[in-house]
Every structure is written in structure tokens, then in C-alpha cells.
Write a protein that binds this ligand. Sequence first.
Ligand code: HSE
Length: 333
Amino acid sequence: MRAIRVSLFGFGNVGKAVAGALIGKERFFREKYGIALKVVSISDTSGVVWLPEGIDLREALLVKETLGRLSAWTNDYEVYEFSPMDAVKEIEADVVIDVTNDKNAWRWHLTALREGKALVTSNKPPLAFHYAELVGEAEKRNVPYLFEATVMAGTPVIGLLRENLLGDRVEGIEAVLNATTTFILSRMEEGRTFEEALKEAQSLGIAERDPDGDILGIDAGYKATILHCVAFEPITFDKARVKGIAGITRGEVQRVRARGKTIRLVATVEMGKVTVEPREVSLDSPLAVESHENAAVIKTDLLGELAIKGAGAGLKETASGVVSDVIKAALRL
Ligand code: HSE
């Protein structure tokens, strides 16, 4: 049995779902891969709980649920006031997980990689703005830098492009990458108002804490930028042309539906070009997804057209991508 030390950054909804998955799959990981994951630290915005022998995740979840913050957990554990950068330097770990919303996390991602720690993340801005530096550093040091959950949650589009299709040249990708907007548009087709649908998406944990990023197409733009980096070459989000779904009315989506089509927020990714905009899609297209689904149609020179579709948001669905990357990192270390 190989023990892998994990340092978890972020203990909001996704962090808690990751902890839940690690608890539920402990035996499965031991039996299938011979790997025992030991979480040695957990950070939220209130502090860092650190125990080299391993933290009791059930207790951590209980504390977070009942007391709301890790810093309230003072009876059994030491709580430190480390910045993420200090925590990455100080805490000995094999795999660092970033499920925060920290836009500046790329700085401590780089530090973790320089220290030889594998990094697994669902946090999009570091990749959408600093892909070349981060992946370059990881390759230079031969350390895993894995980010499946940044695009399409656990639906493995990143793995498909990064680890399969290695002999194919990608010609273009069309994709629906934001679940909140799909959810809102499909609910509006059923007769709900924009506001009602947005509230529901928030209550289901699909929308970002600040849903403007979803509505304005920024979240889809980040994801499309990451796809460009993986499928073509590094680019940054400021090169993306992005338009969201604000201003689309219930009447409009219902009229389009009556014509046998549906409006979806579609990202187009081609060499040197990333766009996101609402488009009419035929109902028989793989892009005519519903609810919290995402889909991508990838065109390559050898394989032709390939479609991948699945959950694009949700807590356990995002945890699926994160945990799968943790296992991948552990197997490579
Ligand atoms: N807010 C995102 C979405 C969550 O709606 O797709 C997953 O990245």
C-alpha cells in the first residue's frame, strides 16, 4: 500500500464534495490501486488545519457543517494562519489540491510545482491566464499538473485531448461549456423567467458564487481558452471574444424552440481563435444539451468528428474530475 499525502486548499462546496468522495472511496482506492490517500492539511478562508499523521475527514466535514469555519476547530487540531503560499511551502505533501476561487492561485501553483509537489485543480483563472508558465514548469520538473475539473467538471474532455488523440491534429472544437446558462435557457423554454431559473441554478450549486461570470460568458470563455491551450497552443483569456446570455428573453427562446431549434451558449475554438456567444442549435445536434449538461464536438484530421457529453457542473460531478486526477497523480508519483 502506498500512502500519498494530500494537502487540500478550499473547503467550500467543492472541497467538501472532494472530502466526501475521498471518504466514500477509501476502500475502493486501496483495493483497486493500492493507494491510501492521507489528507494532511485542509485550508479554508479562516485558517489551515494541519496534521502530518492525517486528518479525520468525517470530523472535518462535521466541524465545517456545524461551525461554518475550520478555525473554530480548536479542541483537537492546531489551526494555522498560513497564506496559501506559506502553506504550500511549509506543509509536506505529495499532491496539492486547489478547489478555491483564488484568481492569484497561479503563484502558489508555481511554487508547489517547483517544490516537486503534484498539483490538481478545478480553479480556472490560473490556467486561463498562465497556462504556458504552469504547464511549462510542470513539464520541466516532471511533476503532474492536472486540471480535468476546470472544463466540463468530471466529463473527461481534458484527458481526451491531453492524453488521447495524440496523433490527431485538432481542426476545431464547438462546445457548450457553461451549465448555468444551459440550465437557465432550458428552464426558460419550459416557461420559467430568467430570475427564477437563475435562483434554481444557484440553489443547486451549479452557478458560481457570483453568477455574473456565468451569465456574461466569462466562465465559458475561461474554459474555451483552456481547451485552446490543450488542443492547439497556449493562449490567454484576453484573446477570447465573449458574449453572454444577458438580454435573451423567455419569448425569444420559446420562439426558437417552436422552430425546432434551441439557443445555447456555444464556444468555438480554432487555432488562434476563441469565441463564446449564444447561438441557435438544431435539436438533433450534440450541442442541444439540457439542464446541467455540457457537450463538445471535436473535429480532427484522422478521427473526424467526435462528440463528448456529460455533466458540466455539480458538486459530486466536479469532485469526480478532481479525485480522478488525484489518483492519476498518485499513480505517476
Ligand atoms: N458555474 C459553472 C457552470 C460551474 O455553470 O458551468 C462549473 O464550472
